[in-house]
Design a protein around this ligand. Sequence first.
Ligand SMILES: [Zn+2]
Length: 288
Amino acid sequence: MGAHSIWVLEYSRSPVHPVSGVFYGAHNQGTMNLPFAYILVKSGDAVVLVDVGHDAADFGGQIANSIGVTGWTDPEVVLGECGVRPQDVTHVILTHAHFDHIGGLKFFPNAKIFIQKKELESWMWILAKGSRFRCLQAGLNPADILYLTQANIEGRLELVDGERENLLPGIHLYPAFDTHTAGSQYVVVQNGKGDDRIVLSGDVVYAYKNLNGGDDNDPCFVPPGLANGSQTRLIESAEEMLGMVGNDERRIIPVHEEQLSKLYPSRVTERALTLVEVCLADGERSRV
Ligand SMILES: [Zn+2]
């Protein structure tokens, strides 16, 4: 119990995601099931989404199709499982600008949007470099970057420059620069005192195996395979996250991790999507 409720909301999945995209160096190891999800944090009157999924109807949907993503479900239905409507979302925190994290922004017209300044600048740079640099554009829908500029004109965008403690009381943003993307960030939710925290890792950590190599007795970091930044920086950021939670891996929430539903209370919705309840604020009712 604490001040925040956190749910991980699956909205689609890829049953055929290359293992090598999730674990660096995992060549010729075939494919795996990869859930696609965003995270709802309710904190006092604030309704926060950490990432927003993609829109199946635009170019993000084409990217999704090209990598085998299926079962896309409208945010109205996904959030409805927790009694929240898209228009109720007050804050959107973007961990990074890959299509499956940013592409659903248009569904949340009343939210103020928070992204690292470096993330926006780096994508502008990559896009300006043209097609020879398209390797670095993997996972980007350029229209999402345009959407950010439009949101800025509407006064709904705030560019975060590095650490931002207490964006909302007990909700902190930390940069993980030059990792999965140039301007990735992760979110720390302070629930109780000390290291009673939950870390929302974005794609700096895709899955627990990134933290332990799949061996609890002799753990080692295995960074994600898909990265515009460096493997070293990915590992350093993962170590930093572990430090935030007293080395309790379970309190790091990787959004693409299938095992979350076994670690936390969960249920499968009518749309066959998994809803994971990480914690509940005092007085909040369970949705699982
Ligand atoms: Zn990503």
